[in-house]
Design a protein around this ligand. Structure first.
Ligand SMILES: Cc1ncc(COP(=O)(O)O)c(C=O)c1O
Length: 286
């Protein structure tokens, strides 16, 4: 990603893409004092931009540092980055991390704020309606008393990267992660939904993982079209009652799943199609 044309917004300045560097002795790199967002713009408009900026500020607060920019300043900067890179349909990655200092103590360490953007097509690629194939991750989402699970913080992605690597090396697309209690939680970078035999849309209660902005959007959209949504703890064995399944995320958008753990199989059909369609309309894609 370092050798590209373009510009990255670094602490208020537009920097040439190739000149945007960090020193190796950066707190964020050593101790994961780093938070980030993933956003998408469709036809020049960033979907739920302010909600993402708010989450970025909140994530930093949870990690005990303050980002020195307001929501409006971040808003302006994101659009400046898009303009500088001549982008209208793109992925945007704002992030903030503690700068050059060693030793665990984070207070007093300078905060860096960076915004980059680039064209990024379908996160899972390929034919949507074929659906994804998931294994079950060995790692579990931690107890909120063990890790700051409400923050979109780099440190929480360590187990996601390991799980994703293992899944893809074994021929799966991604992993379904359970939580510390053994309930179904989410995929490595997306929330999960199940249309069950009762005709309702069920999704895990986000009490120890990210309550995704796409997840919240899809819940509203489903309710709007008359689908009952149930947020609750879901056991793995309940997958035998699933008719259709999909995951949601800014990068993944709405993406059907066809198999979990080699034994739970679903055929992506009309219900997934409906939610894809509603989401694509909401973000301004169609
Ligand atoms: C771990 C995790 N869960 C869920 C999501 C979905 O969040 P959102 O819909 O806000 O993009 C993401 C997206 O980045 C994620 O990384």
């Amino acid at each position: 990603m370092d050798n590209r044309d373009g510009y990255i917004w670094v602490n208020g300045e537009m920097v040439n893409w190739r000149d945007a560097k960090v020193h190796p002795l950066t707190h964020g790199l050593h101790y994961a004092s780093s938070v980030f967002e993933g956003e998408r713009a469709y036809n020049g408009k960033i979907f739920k931009s302010k909600e993402h900026s708010q989450r970025l500020l909140d994530s930093a607060k949870i990690l005990d540092f303050d980002i020195p920019y307001s929501i409006d300043e971040l808003e302006k900067a994101k659009y400046e980055v898009m303009k500088a890179n001549n982008l209208k349909n793109c992925y945007i990655r704002p992030f903030a991390f503690l700068g050059c200092e060693m030793g665990l103590q984070g207070t007093g360490v300078p905060v860096n704020t960076v915004i980059s953007a680039w064209e990024w097509g379908a996160y899972f690629g390929g034919d949507k309606m074929k659906g994804l194939n998931f294994n079950i991750a060995e790692y579990r989402r931690p107890d909120p008393k063990t890790a700051p699970s409400k923050a979109k913080a780099a440190g929480l992605y360590m187990i996601c990267t390991i799980s994703k690597n293992k899944a893809t090396s074994e021929g799966y697309d991604d992993s379904l992660m359970l939580d510390y209690r053994g309930y179904i939680s989410e995929a490595t970078a997306a929330n999960i939904f199940f249309f069950m035999k009762d005709g309702k849309l069920h999704t895990p209660k986000p009490d120890c993982f990210l309550n995704g902005i796409t997840r919240q959007t899809v819940i509203q959209l489903a309710k709007k079209v008359g689908i009952d949504v149930v947020e609750r703890h879901i056991e793995l064995d309940e997958l035998k009652n699933v008719v259709e399944c999909f995951v949601t995320g800014t990068a993944a958008e709405v993406m059907p799943v066809r198999q979990i753990d080699n034994k739970y199989k679903f055929t992506p059909g009309k219900l997934c199609e409906k939610m894809i369609n509603e989401y694509d309309k909401a973000v301004g894609k169609i």
